[in-house]
Each structure stands twice: as structure tokens, then as C-alpha cells.
Design a protein around this ligand. Sequence first.
Ligand code: FAD
Ligand code: SF4
Length: 544
Amino acid sequence: MAERLRHLVLVLGDQLDLDAAAFDGFDPAQDRVWMAEVAEESTHVWSSQPRTALFLAAMRHFAQALQAAGRPLDYHRLDDPATRPSLATQLRADLAALRAAGSGPQALVLTRPGDWRVLQALRAAAADAGLPLQLREDRHFFTTPQDFDAHARGRGAAGLRLEFFYRAQRQRFGVLMDDRGDDRRDDAGDRAADDVAGGGQAARAPLGGRWNFDAENRAAFGPDGPGFDLPQPPRFAPDATTRAVLALVRARFGQHPGRLDHFAWPLTRAQALQALDAFVRERLPLFGPYQDAIWPGEPWLYHAQLSAALNLKLLRPQEVVAAAEAAVRGGRVPLASGEGFIRQVLGWREYVRGLYWTRMPGYATLNALDARQPLPAWYWTGETDAACLRDALGQTLAHGYAHHIQRLMVTGLYALLLGVAPAQVHAWYLAVYVDAVEWVELPNTLGMGQYADGGLMASKPYIASGQYIHRQSPLCRGCRYRPDERSGPRACPFTTLYWDFLLRHAARFARHPRLAPQLRHLDRLDAAERTRIRARADAWRAAD
Ligand code: FAD
Ligand code: SF4
């Protein structure tokens, strides 16, 4: 009779770190690792080809790292006909087989997954097998869901805004603070781990005397755009392992959205560290001023392009923040840029995760604006004559990437103004981006993008007319529509739908302190213009 395993360590596609919490105390003599490529993760939403390829290729590279580290591994490949369709069915089958062979594990070990659905499925599989599931907290965040819960307790929606959380994070972890001593250690990971455990020293004043440099961070490019010397992020040419995955994805998911011809994402820890280093040296200095700008044909601009590596756990946010802070303190990066970037990682990224784990499963069903329109079919193809949408969608499908303002103020804004059902918008964002994992995608989409949580995450809906896109990009110049026209044949759909949104929701927001001023502009519209706007908005809805 084979000897019983002690732990079967379950590793999911977004948990690719040899030092993950699930490996604490790992003993190759008693424990095994379990990984599975399953179809359900590419089909529960219509996962784009770049997104599926990224996860599978990174998993296969991680399997090689596990083997090199001498950790026994059970790995199920998608192209093995014996592989089951879902994580839970594969795990159930494997546990039954191990039990039958007399080597069933005494316990399952798992780092907290990124998706509530997956956690429930694996818990159910463990319970069915009569096995304890040890859930370990994920150290790839500064904070735990419990920390967020403690922060949120007793606060109303206004007190739960990012700004309060972010300042508390800066204080707690001593990031970009003025009054720290010289006893800082170099190892950011150790420092952050100590701080999470409560060992951090409280600091008081923000570096530079301000918490926020947003006012400096809103530039648009001049008429010539970012210029020829715009640094391009490193590209990682697919190796044999990745090429095999690309062929598999083409064969198996060729009907799914997106293309693979530009696929060059970092897939290993070494590549992710190289990408981080290049970003901090070459693009972070100008990240701040241009973080809201859009330029056609330039998907990356000064953005980090690090979200996928962070979310796969190839990088730790502690080391990313430490690298940015070191560049600021070393005088290589202006404080406004460094702070703008750190706010995203130490602030927003942690905040949305806390919101997700403390509000699920109910959060996914919210629809505060009662939006019911179907998502336009062309979101999946990019075939639209609105230049800004065509650009953002085209680049999304080509790379699995769009930067934040394109997601929020182009594709997200259009869905919000049109009144698309939030669940459909969510399914799209979760499907198309390589960095999409539900803990981060869902709050960003439902809360920030669609105001479906009724103001928990965003103090007001992010609404704007086409004039906003006109200010941030040159796209309107090449578009058949006019951003300053709200009715008539050349009216920009964003502008028409913006006014239509105000008309539709005037009663709801009449007392809203920040939207009421926008609503007052409705007084300028006579009855005939209101009718024209509504008719054109209805035509857009019917056409979509
Ligand atoms: P940069 O703009 O250079 O920012 C640096 C880093 O900060 C990012 O890598 C990311 O880790 C973090 N970050 C920035 N903004 C946010 C944010 N709002 N929430 C959480 N982290 C943030 N991000 C994802 O990682 N996965 C998603 O599925 C996702 N879906 C989104 C959906 C919508 C509707 C919106 C508005 C935003 C979404 N974001 C998502 C947040 C953000 O757009 C991406 O993190 C960012 O565009 C990734 O590109 P980058 O690495 O070049 O980021
Ligand atoms: Fe987009 Fe409207 Fe500008 Fe055209 S005119 S690019 S649709 S904002």
C-alpha cells in the first residue's frame, strides 16, 4: 500500500510563485503540488485568446520551475483528452484515484484564490472528499480582506472612499513618508511582511507635503503626440513552451475573441523583473503627467504594463512599490509620477480586492441604475465607426490590453451611457484583458465603471460627453462624428448619450452634491432638443 500524502498543494493559474503561502513548510517527501489546465476557465466567460494563452503559458513555465525546484507535481494539460472540464471535477477525480491507491492526502492546501466562484467550487470538492482545506492568505498583497473589513467597519460609503484607505496604507507601510529614520531595511518583501503583521512604524507627513498630485498628472500630448522617442516596453518572444500554447489556443479557442500575433507578455518571474526594471527606468518618470492621455496606435504610452505579471503573482506589489519609491528618493523619478503610480498599486489594487472579498457574492449582482441594454455585439470585434471605440477595442483584441482611461472613459463610459446591463459589461471585461481576474476586474467594472454599486466605490458615475475624449486624444479629428454635437446626424454618440443619461437619471441625482451642477445644464435644453436627443439615443440603442 502506498504511503498517504500529507498535503496536496493546489496551485491555480494566478498563483505562480515558488514562495507563495501555500508552499510554507512544503516537504517534497510528504507533499505534492496539483495544477490543472481546464476548459471551464476559458469558457465560463468567452475568454479572449491572449488571456487564455497568457494563463496557460505562464502555468507551463511555472510547472518547469516547480520541477527544477524538486517539488513533486501532478499537472493536467488541456490537450490531454483525459483532463476533466473544470477544476472541481478534476480535483474530485484525482482525490478518488489517490484514495483508491491508498495515497490520498490528509489535507488540501490552497492560497486564497482570486475568484469567489473558484473558492466555493474547491471548498465543495474538499468537503465531498471529507478533507480539510487549509486556506492560506495571499502575501502578494499588502493587506488581507480582514484588514479591509476592519478599515471599513463603521464607515458609511463616504468614509469608504479610496482616499482614506490610501492615506492609511501610506502611513501603515511607511511608503513615501517624510519622517522615517535611517534604519530602513533593503528587503521590501520582509519590510512589508513585518508591516502586515503589525511591526511597521507609523509615519506621519507625506513626502513633499501632499498626499495627492493629481493636478500635475492630467496632461494631454501636443499635436505631434508622444514622439518617436517614446520608450517601448520589453517584448518577450514566445519560446517553444509558449509557441505550443499559442498553437493549442488557436486550435481549441480559435473562435474566441482576440488575436495572438502580438503575444509577447512576461511569463516568468525573471521576465517580470526585467519588465519592472525597464518600466521604472524608462517610463515611470513620465507616467504621472500622461496617465490619462490616449494616443492612437500607442497602446502602452508611459503605463507599466505590469498588471498581468502582478496578478499572476510573478511580481509582488511590495517590490513594485519599493522600486518606484527608491526611484523617487534617488531623484530619478519626479514625486508626482512616483506618487501617482504608487497610489494605483498600494491604493487602488488593495482597495478593490478588499471590496471584492468583503462584498461577494452579492456584489456581482448589483445594478443600481437598473441598466438592461445588451452589450453591443461589436465590443467583441471592434467593428464600429466611432474612432475612439474602434481604437480601444482594436488594441484590446490585439494585445489583451488597454490602459485605465481607455477602459474607464471609452469602453466603460459608452456602456454606462448606453445603459448596458452590468453583468454583461462584467463578462466582457473579465474575458478580454490578460490581467483580468475577478477580484480586480469586478469592482473596477461594476463599481468604478458602471456605478452599479450605487456609489460605494465612486462618489458619482464617471460620465462625460465626447468632449472629454476630444481633450485627451486626437481621435475625434479622424472621426465621422463631432464631439460638440449632441443631436443631428453627425452627433457624437458619447455626447448624445451623455445628455440622454442626464435626462434619464435627473430625478435620481437631483440632490447629488456633485452631479446636481451637471444636471442644471439640462435647463438649457428646450423640449424640441430633448426630443431630438432622446430619439437619437434610442436609435443608438436600437442599432447596437
Ligand atoms: P498602470 O496604469 O501603469 O498602473 C500600474 C498598476 O497599478 C497596474 O499594473 C495595476 O496593478 C495597478 N492598478 C492601476 N489601476 C488599478 C485599479 N483601478 N484597480 C486595481 N489595480 C490598479 N486591472 C487589472 O489588473 N485587472 C482587471 O481585470 C482590470 N479591469 C478593469 C476594468 C475597468 C472597467 C477599469 C476601469 C479598470 C480595470 N483595471 C483592471 C484597472 C486598470 O485599468 C489596470 O490595472 C491597468 O490598466 C493595467 O495596466 P498597467 O499595468 O499598464 O497599469
Ligand atoms: Fe469618439 Fe465621439 Fe470623438 Fe468620435 S467624436 S472619436 S465617437 S468621442
